[in-house]
Design a protein around this ligand. Structure first.
Ligand code: UDX
Length: 449
């Protein structure tokens, strides 16, 4: 059993704290946001993440997990300190804003009077960990007895608990000086996972930071690749969904992350590829990542393209039309609307004169907060009432399960535009609906499989 402190209780930190307690450790979660702490203390997760509430409550009840705003309490209690605060995009710049990470070190390090280990989990530009390690040593009374490592997190929202307790791999970056102490602390924390033969890669700090950023850059590239193919399919009269299935059968390519649609959003991929480009530029390797600018451009183009398709479908102008938007979260099983393609598209359609009504199974409160001018419904069917077009922008199971008979009598016109290629096209077209997918021909292609 290790005594652990986790700084930051957002998506990453709250999940990490709860999961570390689930592994049998004693954990204290620390945050400067008192409202988050009081919710977590009551066993309530301040965001939607399937399965997390159970893990949280179970471990609070067992006494292994608690929350506090106090850095001194955490410094006194824990032997391993995880940094799990956010690294958002700086306003008006591509670079990452490291102020939260820096402030954890500035507050924590002066309180470290005995040997302990700091492990960073936040996504940071390469070179950050080495700087933070130096700063920690200069501030901490325990000085050289503080081990410093980076242990990037690869969790996906919606699968956060599963990804934390059963990750594909564990990566640990450590400096030469404190490598033994850092590795042994990490081995103790993750003992249960290592017993399950989860691969454990130990490397230097810079490589560990780059593992995370390059993994996200690759995933973003994969999505933009298939979306670029979707653009070509549309002008060539081909079907990107069949193309993805076919190329995905080559194991070197793989089918996952080849879903063409309105593109990627969320709190990670968009800002991480931009921070990566900014950092490569600072290091003099900007040419190496210019392709990410194109990845970003392809992705942002999806959103305007979607608006154009809807406009085209309703007869050339959105002015005075009623559009139902199904989905606001950046992906299903999440209430996260950060850089969500769905809300961005809804907003653009409204600016072009449409009256837009949005429904999402989980993201209504977050959406209302950042986009109060859109209209919101309490169900998918209500959102579609009197709609000139139904636009599916997040592939929730609830939307996939909709059938024409659910909407036939409420809509003004039977038009469905499938921004995630997730609806069964034949079912809709056979019922007399005008269906459009992204990167798919207007007339269905027959495939024998
Ligand atoms: C991502 C990474 O997957 C994760 O490893 C990292 O730690 C954080 O960033 P997350 O932001 O939770 O996780 O979402 P992810 O499941 O990767 O989806 C990102 C976006 O890409 C979503 O908007 C999703 O809709 C979109 N996407 C994904 C596609 O458009 N097509 C696909 O085939 C897959």
């Amino acid at each position: 059993m290790t005594r652990i402190a986790v700084f930051g209780t957002g998506y990453l930190g709250a999940t990490h704290a709860a999961c570390m307690a689930e592994l049998g450790h004693e954990v204290i979660g620390v945050d400067v946001d008192a409202s988050k702490l009081s919710k977590l203390e009551a066993g309530e997760v301040p965001f939607y993440e399937p399965g997390l509430e159970e893990v949280l409550s179970r471990n609070i009840e067992s006494g292994r997990l608690r929350f506090s705003p106090s850095y001194s309490e955490a410094a006194e209690f824990a032997d391993v300190h995880f940094i799990a605060v956010g690294t958002p995009q700086k306003k008006g710049e591509y670079a990452a804003d490291l102020s939260h990470v820096n402030s954890v070190i500035e507050s924590l390090a002066p309180l470290l009077t005995r040997p302990s280990v700091i492990l960073g989990k936040s996504t940071v530009p390469v070179g950050t960990a080495a700087k933070l390690a130096e700063r920690t040593r200069s501030l901490a009374p325990a000085g050289d007895n503080i081990g410093f490592g980076w242990n990037p997190e690869f969790l996906r929202e919606g699968f956060a608990v599963q990804d934390t307790l059963h990750p594909d791999r564990l990566v640990l970056g450590a400096e030469k000086e404190s490598r033994a102490a850092v590795e042994s602390a990490a081995r103790e924390v993750y003992a249960q996972l290592l017993e399950e033969d989860i691969p454990f890669l130990v490397t230097d700090l810079a490589t560990s930071e780059l593992v995370k950023t390059s993994a996200n850059a690759f995933l973003a590239t994969k999505i933009s690749f298939i979306n670029a193919m979707a653009e070509v399919c549309e002008v060539a009269g081909a079907d990107v969904t069949v193309l993805a299935d076919a190329i995905g059968m080559d194991v070197r390519i793989g089918r996952r992350f080849l879903n063409a649609g309105v593109g990627f959003g969320g709190g990670c991929l968009p800002k991480d590829i931009r921070a990566f480009m900014a950092r490569a530029g600072e290091l003099g390797a900007d040419q190496a990542l210019t392709f990410l600018r194109e990845v970003d451009n392809i992705n942002m183009r999806r959103r305007t393209h979607m608006v154009e398709i809807v406009r085209d479908m309703v007869g050339g102008s959105l002015v005075g039309t009623r559009i139902a938007v199904l989905g606001a979260a950046f992906k299903p099983n999440s209430d996260d609307v950060r850089d969500s393609p769905a809300l961005n598209i809804a907003g653009q359609m409204q600016l072009q004169g449409a009256s837009v009504t949005v429904f999402d199974p989980q993201a209504m409160d977050n959406s209302r907060r950042i986009f109060p001018t859109l209209e919101y419904s309490t169900s998918a069917v209500e959102a579609c009432t009197h709609a000139d077009a139904v636009v599916v922008l997040t592939e929730w199971d609830e939307f996939r399960a909709l059938r024409p008979r659910d909407l036939d009598d409420v809509v003004r016109a039977r038009r469905i535009i499938d921004g995630r290629n997730c609806m069964p096209r034949e079912v809709w077209t056979e019922s007399g609906w005008h269906y459009r997918g992204l990167g798919r021909p207007v007339e269905p292609v027959r495939v024998n499989r």
